[in-house]
Unconditional design. Structure first.
Length: 330
């Protein structure tokens, strides 16, 4: 009995997966090339499987897959073939790699969160730095602008002062002075008339008869009256001209500027004549006249109220804190 059992065991041990696959293939009449073409494997792989040659360097998962596909194609039981393959030392490996892969995924997710926070902090720092730099540039530009204005205003003020002293139109002569002078002229002109009216006929006749004192008194009287009338006409012309100029100035100025704060200005007329320039203080009021159009530069338009020919000029369109340049009329 023992001899028969040993023979049966040796017979079972001889039948290996490759032998079973070869026998099934031959039974179906397929060649190794047919199997290789069907399974899309190399012919050497099919040959090694049938010879039970399984390379240790090859991954066991691939080997089991090839054997399973081969068994399906030739109609054998996959589980039975794989069980025999396990007996040869090609058991299915334990799944341990997925655990390490999940740890790597968690680590990558953690790293990505850290990178996101880092980029967010960097963006905030860059934004704060840009804002600080922009404010510094604005302050520096404002300081430079005020310095330029002060430097420009000094020589301009001196030139205006010199021109004011030399300008005969700005000598402090007012309309009242002109009126007083005109009235004085009229009074002096009226004195001879009083004298002439007070002279009686007898005096005039005696003056005519007296050839020693006055050779031709009528001529003298006529000449005196002509001179007096000429002086009166000149005085009346001066009075009318001064009244007209006074009335024109009292009605409307070409430009009127009122200041609610310090502001540098420069105003020129159409001929390029500078009407006024420099830094104006709070409460200052300017009345300017000249040939239109006017070129106006305001350092701080937000503190200025302006009228042109009695009509208000809208300065709200110009940003506060920035220099406004425009012409009037618009």
């Amino acid at each position: 009995m023992n001899i028969k059992e040993n023979e049966d065991n040796s017979t079972e041990e001889v039948i290996r997966p490759g032998d079973m696959l070869r026998q099934a293939r031959e039974k179906l009449g397929y060649s190794q090339k047919d199997i290789a073409s069907r399974l899309r494997l190399k012919l050497s792989v099919i040959n090694n499987i049938e010879d039970n040659i399984f390379e240790e360097s090859q991954v066991a998962t691939f080997t089991r897959g090839y054997v399973s596909s081969y068994a399906k194609y030739v109609g054998l039981n996959e589980k039975e073939i794989l069980a025999k393959l396990d007996l040869l030392g090609h058991a299915q490996p334990k799944e341990q790699e997925m655990q390490s892969f999940s740890r790597r995924t968690k680590r990558e997710a953690h790293d990505s969160r850290i990178m996101g926070i880092t980029w967010g902090v960097a963006a905030i720092i860059i934004g704060l730095t840009a804002a600080w730099w922009w404010q510094s540039e604005q302050l520096e530009s404002g300081t430079d602008l005020s310095t330029v204005f002060s430097e420009l205003s000094q020589p301009l003020d001196e030139s205006i002062a010199n021109s004011d002293l030399s300008d005969p139109t700005i000598t402090g002569v007012s309309a009242s002075d002109i009126n007083a002078a005109a009235e004085g002229t009229v009074v002096t002109a009226s004195e001879p008339e009083t004298v002439l009216s007070a002279t009686n006929d007898s005096d005039l006749i005696s003056a005519v008869d007296d050839e020693v004192s006055i050779s031709n008194p009528s001529t003298v009287i006529n000449a005196g009256s002509d001179n007096d009338s000429f002086v009166a006409e000149q005085a009346s012309d001066v009075i009318s001209e001064s009244a007209e100029s006074t009335d024109d100035g009292a009605i409307v100025s070409d430009l009127k500027l009122s200041f609610a704060g310090d502001c540098w200005i420069d105003v020129r007329d159409a001929n390029g004549k500078r009407l006024d320039t420099g830094i104006k203080k709070t409460g200052d009021v300017l009345n300017l006249n000249g040939a239109a159009p006017f070129k106006v530069v305001l350092g701080a338009p937000g503190v200025v109220e302006m009228t042109y020919k009695g009509e208000p000029v809208d300065l709200s369109v110009y940003p506060a804190g920035k220099v406004a340049r425009f012409k009037l009329p618009l």
